[in-house]
Ligand binder design. Structure first.
Ligand code: NAD
Length: 484
């Protein structure tokens, strides 16, 4: 027998400690070889003034064990507290969030008896980069970041996962009909990488209709990869329609470390009453066992759990009169699973992890940065303004120069000058595009823009933000105004 694998464990808040002890008990009785390092996270740490929600030094334990089994925590209400999940995912580069959502028909009630979907959610970028600003009285802004290296990693992970687990199809969800550059890049990279996996079917859906289809006919999907926000929302939807959010576990995988958890929260109202369903955290822990190379134990424990579900031994959240046989608490549920170690389900599909990859999927070809020619062609200057649009344009036009002209003003993305419509609703920030006219042969520089800023400030106007405008091999790296 190989030696115990060191893992870091946090018992969390609310129902966390109860579902963690149930989970650890099942793992131990199934024969898991674990050397457990316990750390404190969550409410107690937040209230002690650790705004990150984790005790000082605890990240050192994670750095050493590289495997984190985490119970849900309660994030106190009010400002200043950082999400521990987002911090851990980003600090350790846990770029892939894997959420299997499977129905257990007819033992757990669902409208989708054939559902077996794995959501692969990008975990570090998108609107979760956390770059937000208040620009004016009217306007808040959150930056959506999609990068080529980040997208290549997650899309490749989805295809490698599909191949490793015998899945047939990978679907991409994006909104590239609207966000042509950000979601457009996600879709483009999906097309590029899918060509390297001819053995796996691929398809793309616009996220809105894709989400509707997922909620209506989830059985047509297999592995679905998507940017962070869509993945956050749709993995909860998928887990809920499969049977219950209380049943879904999740793995957060990086090149070095990995974190395993339930997808639900700390359900404080259920805490301390021996009521909670430990299955979400347990199924996260099963993914952990496969990850650390104890696939044999993962299989034993998971099959015992399936048999327990099949035998109708259910916690309150999945208990249904007529389907379930016995309503049990957290401890009794764990004991029922332990009693079935060594058994397999008779009607549900038993799991077989004999071919599952150990610490899977962390190798990939190095990212090659493209050599497109990047040229500076001007700037979008965001200016606070409460007056008439034409008056702002009249103030700005004479300030242009050094190859740049005032090309357009937009408000909330909609072009309002030149032209524009009286009906368009305006807020107090205008995007003012100063650029070299297309095909004019004129050039400009960043230094010219800095001089332009000076002239704008001297005119008594307030710049709240600026973005450089670049072309790449002559193609614009910026969107046009709506209506432009
Ligand atoms: P929640 O997921 O904790 O609970 C919502 C409801 O779902 C509960 O009231 C309960 O009825 C049910 N439920 C959830 N898990 C269950 C389980 N294992 N067994 C039985 N029933 C279960 O969501 P919430 O109430 O919105 O959030 C509570 C706290 O959890 C908040 O402080 C939130 O910030 C935190 N949270 C933490 C995580 C995490 O640590 N990963 C994730 C989400 C929410």
């Amino acid at each position: 027998m190989s030696s115990a694998t060191p893992i870091t464990v946090a018992h969390g808040d609310g129902i966390g400690p109860e579902i963690m002890s149930a989970t650890l008990q099942i793992l131990k009785e199934a024969g898991a070889r674990l050397d457990i390092h316990t750390i404190e996270i969550g409410e107690k740490q937040y209230l002690k003034g650790n705004l990150a929600g984790i005790e000082p030094g605890a990240f050192e334990s994670l750095r050493q064990t590289k495997v984190f089994l985490k119970a849900p925590i309660t994030t106190p209400q009010g400002g200043g507290f950082k999400s521990l999940n987002v911090t851990t995912r980003k600090a350790f580069g846990l770029y892939a969030n894997i959420r299997p959502c499977l129905s257990y028909d007819p033992y757990i009630r669902t409208k989708h008896p054939k559902m077996d979907v794995v959501i692969v959610r990008e975990n570090e970028e998108d609107l979760y980069a956390g770059i937000e600003h208040r620009q004016t009285i009217d306007v808040m802004q959150c930056l959506k970041l999609i990068t080529r290296p980040g997208t290549e990693k997650i899309v490749r992970y989805a295809f490698e996962y599909a191949r490793a687990y015998g899945r047939k199809k990978v679907t991409c969800f994006s909104k590239d009909n609207i966000m042509k550059l950000t979601d457009g890049l996600f879709h483009k990279i999906f097309d590029e990488i899918s060509a390297e996996y001819p053995d796996i079917e691929n398809e793309h859906w616009i996220v809105d209709i894709g989400a509707a289809k997922l909620a209506d006919t989830p059985e047509v999907f297999d592995v679905v990869v998507m940017p962070n926000l869509y993945g956050d929302i749709l993995s909860d939807v998928a887990a809920q329609i499969a049977g219950s959010v209380g049943l879904a576990g999740s793995a957060n995988i990086g090149d070095g470390c990995a974190m395993f958890e339930a997808i639900h929260g700390s359900a404080p109202r259920r805490a301390g009453q021996n009521l909670a369903n430990p299955s979400g955290l347990f199924l996260g822990a099963v993914q952990m066992l496969v990850h650390i190379g104890q696939a044999d134990i993962a299989e034993l424990a998971h099959n015992a759990w399936l048999k327990t579900i099949e035998d109708g031994v259910h916690t309150y959240d999945i208990f249904k009169e007529g389907i379930s046989k016995e309503k049990v608490g957290t401890k009794e549920f764990a004991a029922a699973v332990v009693a079935r170690v060594g058994q397999k389900p008779e009607f549900l599909k038993a799991v077989n992890y004999s071919n599952a990859p150990k610490r899977p999927l962390t190798t990939r070809p190095p990212h090659v940065r493209s050599s497109e020619k990047k040229e500076y062609v001007g700037a979008d200057v965001f200016i606070a303004w409460l007056g008439k649009t034409n008056d702002l344009a009249a103030k700005l036009q004479p300030l242009a120069g050094d190859g740049m002209e005032l090309e357009m003003l937009s408000n909330r993305g909609m072009k309002v000058w030149p032209g524009g419509m009286e009906e368009t609703f305006l807020v107090d920030v205008f995007r003012c595009r100063f650029a070299t006219p297309e095909n004019s042969g004129k050039t400009t520089t960043q230094k010219a823009t800095i001089a332009l800023f000076g002239r704008i400030a001297d005119a008594g106007l307030e710049i709240v933000k600026h973005e450089g405008l670049f072309t790449f091999d002559g193609k614009p790296g910026f969107s046009k105004g709506q209506g432009q």
